[in-house]
Each structure stands twice: as C-alpha cells, then as structure tokens.
Write a protein that binds this ligand. Structure first.
Ligand SMILES: Cc1cc2nc3c(=O)[nH]c(=O)nc-3n(C[C@H](O)[C@H](O)[C@H](O)COP(=O)(O)OP(=O)(O)OC[C@H]3O[C@@H](n4cnc5c(N)ncnc54)[C@H](O)[C@@H]3O)c2cc1C
Length: 199
C-alpha cells in the first residue's frame, strides 16, 4: 500500500509480508465509483475471529448526530473555493455570489478554517474532504500539496491568483493571474449577463 506521510511531503510504501488477511481503508471520493453491475453475486464468507456474543469491546452509550446546515461539498458539481488570499470572511460574499450564478457551492482551504472564517465542513484537502467536482475554482489558494491532495482529480480546475508562480497553476486547466477582488466580481457579472441572455 502507498500512503502520504509527513504531511503529504513524502509517500510511504507499507509492506505487510507476513500476515493475512490485510485491510486498508480509503477516504470517500478518492476513487471513481464503478458502474453498478446488476445481477452480480458475491461470495459472502462468515468469519468469526474468535468473538463470543458476550464479549463487548465497545459499548455505545449515546449517538449524537451533528446537524449540518451546509450542503456536503463532496456532492457539488461546481465548487468555488477560497483561500487565505480572500483576506477576510466578509470577502467570501464574492464567492457566494459567483457560486449562486453557477449553481455551485462554496468551499475553502485549511488556512481559512484555521482563521475561523469558515467551518471545517467546507475544508478541501488531506485533512478535509476529497472532492471531484466538474469544475473547481481555486481563488486566493496557493496550492499546497495538502490542498491539492483533496481536489486535483477535479475535471476542470480554474485558478485565480496574483502570484504567477503559485503551485496551483501547475494543476490548473485555466489560470488567471491578477487581483481576485477585481477578477471575481467581473467574472460573476459577465456570467450573470450571459446567463440572462440565454434565458
Ligand atoms: C498535516 C497537514 C495537513 C494539512 N491539510 C490541509 C488540508 O486539508 N487542506 C488545505 O487546504 N491545507 C492543508 N494544510 C495546509 C497547507 O499546507 C497550506 O498551509 C494551506 O493549504 C494554505 O492555504 P491557502 O492556499 O488558502 O493560503 P496561502 O498558502 O497563504 O495562499 C494564499 C494565496 O492567495 C494569493 N493571494 C493573496 N491575495 C490575493 C489577491 N488579492 N488576489 C489573488 N490572489 C491572492 C497568494 O498569492 C497565495 O498564493 C495542511 C498542512 C499540514 C502540515
């Protein structure tokens, strides 16, 4: 198995030569879902590693479900993601406007969550969520390896950043170099006008 180590700065190869069976887990969204094959039968083998009915290793005392009032970013087809470059939580209004015009959702980098601007639910990346939308806007996001780990499989990546050497441009399909404070409102207006024309 291979997995990221040291904050994603290196890839570790894990070998388990001696013991079987082996088990590994993958995070949701990391792999493409296969098409469901109707009528396929799997062999289910009952296996008891020695547990007895009275042997309780875990006791569930209570189940408390988190009530999220945001839509899961992993289901979004279009994500408008903002980073520290947004400058302030108020500036995210710009991204909400763009997302509304496109019928998308707002997400963010960890720097934004750490600053307390957005909830952890919206964080994309190694310690956030892995997303694969049709379109991913990375706005004011530098493109740290831990962020890329959560979004680089997106179909189309559009980056807006004032630093032309930002690593996000290495994975972007379309890149705009400039001040997001000018580009994002202009883009939203243009899209709004185009959509109004076509309706
Ligand atoms: C173990 C570990 C796990 C991590 N997990 C995650 C994770 O899950 N997700 C994640 O995102 N990060 C994660 N990180 C953090 C990651 O390393 C980066 O620190 C983080 O992604 C940086 O966020 P950012 O791109 O928003 O901010 P920055 O790196 O500060 O980038 C801000 C960008 O905004 C641009 N900018 C600034 N002003 C403007 C403007 N006016 N117009 C246009 N562009 C502008 C700048 O040029 C810059 O490129 C993790 C780190 C570690 C060590």
């Amino acid at each position: 198995m291979t997995r990221p180590a040291f904050g994603g700065n290196t890839i570790a190869t894990i070998a388990c030569p001696d013991f079987r069976p082996q088990m590994a887990t993958v995070r949701p969204g990391v792999m493409q879902k296969r098409e469901r094959k109707v009528g396929v039968k799997a062999n289910v083998e009952e296996f008891n590693p020695g547990f007895t009915p009275d042997n309780k290793y875990v006791e569930i005392l209570d189940v408390v479900k988190a009530v999220a009032n945001t839509v899961d970013i992993m289901d979004a087809k279009i994500l408008v993601s903002g980073g520290r470059g947004m400058g302030s939580p108020e500036n995210f209004k710009m991204l909400e406007d763009l997302a509304e015009v496109l019928g998308g959702q707002v997400s963010c980098s960890r720097a934004v969550v750490d600053a307390g601007w957005k909830p952890k639910d919206l964080q994309v990346g190694q310690t956030g969520k892995t997303v694969r939308p049709n379109v991913y806007f990375a706005i004011g996001i530098s493109g740290a390896i831990q962020h890329l780990a959560g979004m680089e499989e997106s179909d189309i990546i559009i980056a807006i950043n004032k630093d032309e050497s930002a690593p996000i441009f290495d994975v972007a399909d379309y890149g705009v170099v400039g001040d997001l404070n000018k580009i994002v409102p202009a883009l939203t207006e243009k899209l709004r006008a185009e959509l109004a024309k076509s309706n």
